[in-house]
Design a protein around this ligand. Structure first.
Ligand SMILES: Cc1cc2nc3c(=O)[nH]c(=O)nc-3n(C[C@H](O)[C@H](O)[C@H](O)COP(=O)(O)OP(=O)(O)OC[C@H]3O[C@@H](n4cnc5c(N)ncnc54)[C@H](O)[C@@H]3O)c2cc1C
Length: 661
């Protein structure tokens, strides 16, 4: 597949090579509206009596994995589900606060499947696939029905109908929510469905198990190597097909709003075994997080985007104005989002709101304590909402978020405006998949945040839950059968060379960490990597900065392998050992993210290249050169990665410069 080195600015001095273009061949060639129906009809089926003979491994039991395991178990397949927490209920999905989108048009405000499709493609800055996004919009309504049937307590209006609110990048109200705990409530629904299958005997769960390697036999994914995190046992699990639903990799930045355990290991190990990695540099920086407060922090906290429905964002008009915000009169405040984007105001998409906050802070208008001489915070103010709706109504909508803010900062947001600043939140990149959600390794399917997904270069709020549940409840159960129709596949013996190689590599890596006896902790390397990523591959990227980052990451990686120190043994609960493996993978991923960001010499969505902006500082795309998905192939550690391009074709939506003015 690999071609010889070609030009494109000398392929940035040999940092990568170009391979053959790829295409998604699974979406049927019929009008957009009929594609999903047609694919479901054409996909081969597995007779119910044969399903129990087919073994499916699902790694991850967040919303995507739990919904997939429950649905495939209910269908009668033999499912094994793996996760590293002690319960599926603790998956990172539990953290989701604000809501889940669906094109129900309950508010009768002109919403439709097409509008959700349109908003998502535009929100992603025209860097996602039309096919996938249309299907996502189509399926969105079913997700709400399914969750309601499970008893998910969505907020309701006075008359009993499900309530909606608005999220960024849209002008309708289509976000369903359960106070500020939407992810938790949806996860409880999926968990109940999963446990029902556990009781029925179709699903077996493996808690506190971390997948450390993928087993590929004769080009097909056939199993995983997992470590029992309590006993240290290295186990081989083989199956007919493997699904990864292992979440996103935002923690490569060290500080993020992700759960501390979120990591890239499962998908990165699969990448090293041949699965292409799609658009790794597309990272979402969320505009409304509690600002960093010091060097000791290991976690950042999101304040849900739903707050932008009623909260107003502003900074003082005077630089360095450190008066109590309540003392700053209206005419001395700059409601900069309302000023710059009158059509969408505080509800512009995340990439735009984040950059605008960075810009006002860079210019010296930020508020709050100074870090390196700059105040990095803007106000999110509810005074007007409280006056308009009353404190009780504000509390009913956002009470738990306000409480959380007060617990963390000590400030009462009913009395003083919140202070917020952007933080790493979500990764649009992930393993490349076709319309069936199958990766470039046959038999390896990828769902939820772990795949490169439907969000292009920027995800709209409340769309991750929608995508994860769409993948798990509705898409995979209708596509994986097409692959399994050829099964059951020949049994893989435990002493097959591919299995032995995978087990050996896992054991050797663990042994290396435990015997290296260097002088630096794993966390110190992770923190340093995070600094590099945030500085050079964060909210703004430039050619010079990215080249520097690549050099710094390479040097850090070399030092990591030479000088890392991991205490304890394998045969116990050993968090330093767990983290060592994850940080080793982040150190490789970080470099690929920078190479991807460097090669994409345009700005789109969350990927903002300083060299490519409009006169008023907005992202400037170059559709003639970059209207493609960048799917990266691992070429062995000592070889430059290979770029395969999947051209993005827009037949139903016209590509335009995005405007929210
Ligand atoms: C604070 C916060 C708030 C959010 N709010 C919203 C919101 O309101 N609306 C919205 O749409 N989105 C929201 N998101 C995004 C959304 O929550 C996530 O994108 C989504 O929940 C991811 O679900 P998932 O099932 O793909 O992965 P996760 O929920 O991350 O689950 C990953 C699973 O994989 C397992 N796993 C990972 N690696 C391994 C391994 N190597 N071995 C074994 N198991 C492994 C874990 O144990 C876990 O079960 C929010 C995100 C954050 C951080």
């Amino acid at each position: 597949m690999t071609q010889t080195i070609e030009t494109q600015s000398d392929l940035i001095n040999g940092l990568y090579r170009e391979g053959a273009n790829i295409a998604d061949t699974k979406a049927p060639d019929v009008p957009l509206r009929d594609r999903w129906e047609e694919r479901k009809f054409r996909a081969r089926l597995v007779n119910p009596a044969n399903r129990r003979k087919l073994h499916i491994i699902i790694v991850g039991t967040g919303l995507a994995g739990a919904s997939a395991a429950a649905t495939l178990g209910e269908a009668g397949y033999n499912v094994s589900a793996f996760f590293y927490q002690d319960s599926p209920r603790r998956a990172h999905s539990i953290a989701a606060q604000g809501g889940i989108n669906a094109a129900k048009n309950y508010k009768n405000d002109n919403d439709s499947v097409f509008r959700l499709f349109y908003d998502t493609v535009k929100g992603g800055d025209y860097r996602s696939r039309e096919d996938n996004v249309y299907r996502l919009a189509e399926v969105s309504a079913n997700i709400i029905d399914q969750a309601v049937a499970q008893g998910v307590p969505f907020a309701r209006e006075y008359g009993g109908l499900l309530d909606n609110r608005s999220f960024g990048g849209v002008q309708v109200s289509r976000t369903f929510y359960a106070r500020g705990q939407t992810g938790q409530q949806l996860l409880l629904g999926a968990y109940q469905a999963l446990e029902r299958q556990v009781a029925a005997g179709t699903v077996t769960t493996h808690r506190r198990h971390e997948m450390l390697e993928l087993v590929v036999v004769d080009g097909r994914a056939r199993g995983i190597i997992a470590r029992d995190m309590v006993t240290g046992a290295i186990e081989t699990h083989l199956a007919d097909v493997v699904v990864l639903a292992t979440g996103g990799y935002g923690n490569v930045f060290y500080l993020s709003t992700n759960a501390m355990g979120s990591n890239v290991t499962a998908t990165w190990r699969a990448h090293r075994k041949g699965a292409f990695f799609g658009n790794p540099c597309y990272t979402q920086i969320h505009p409304t997080c509690i600002p960093v407060s010091g060097d000791y922090q290991s976690k950042l906290t999101l304040m849900s985007e739903s707050l932008r429905n009623d909260g107003r964002i502003w900074v003082p008009k005077k630089k360095g104005d450190d008066r109590d915000p309540r003392q700053i009169p209206e005419d001395e405040r700059d409601y900069y989002l309302e000023r710059k984007y009158p059509a969408f105001g505080n509800l512009v998409p995340r990439d735009i709101a984040s950059r605008a906050a960075k810009q006002v802070c860079d210019e010296g208008y930020g508020v709050g304590p100074k870090v390196d001489g700059v105040s990095r915070g803007v106000y999110l103010d509810f005074a007007e909402a409280i006056q308009r709706m009353g404190r009780a109504a504000v509390s009913a909508k956002y009470g738990n978020l306000f409480d959380m803010y007060e617990r963390i900062t000590g400030d009462n947001p009913y009395e003083v405006p919140m202070r917020i600043y952007p933080a790493v939140h979500y990764t649009m990149g992930g393993l490349w998949v076709d319309y069936d959600l199958q990766s470039s390794i046959p038999g390896l399917f990828v769902a939820g945040e772990a795949n490169f997904s439907d969000h292009g270069a920027n995800r709209l709020g409340a769309s991750a839950l929608m995508q994860g549940l769409s993948d798990g409840y509705f898409v995979l159960p209708n596509t994986i059968n097409d692959y399994l129709a050829d099964g059951p596949f020949e049994k893989v013996p435990a002493d097959h060379p591919a299995v032995v190689e995978a087990v050996t590599s896992v054991r050797e890596r663990i042994k290396y960490f435990l015997t290296n006896n260097g002088s630096r902790s794993v966390d110190s390397f992770h923190k340093e990597l995070g600094h590099i990523m945030w500085e050079y591959c964060g909210m703004e990227r430039s050619e010079e900065g990215l080249k520097k980052a690549i050099e710094l990451i390479r040097a850090l990686r070399e030092e990591f392998w030479r000088d890392v120190k991991v205490l304890g043994t394998n045969e116990e609960l050993n968090q330093a050992l767990e983290r060592a493996g994850r940080v080793a993978d982040f150190l490789e991923l970080g470099e690929l993210m920078c190479i991807d960001a460097l090669h994409r010499r345009e700005s789109c969505g969350g990927h903002f290249r300083a060299e490519s902006q409009t006169e008023d500082g907005e992202a400037l795309r170059h559709d003639d050169e970059f209207a493609y998905v960048a799917a990266w192939e691992w070429a062995g550690g000592d070889q430059a990665p290979v770029l395969h391009k999947e051209t993005l074709v827009y037949e139903n939506i016209e590509m335009k410069q995005r405007s929210y003015k």
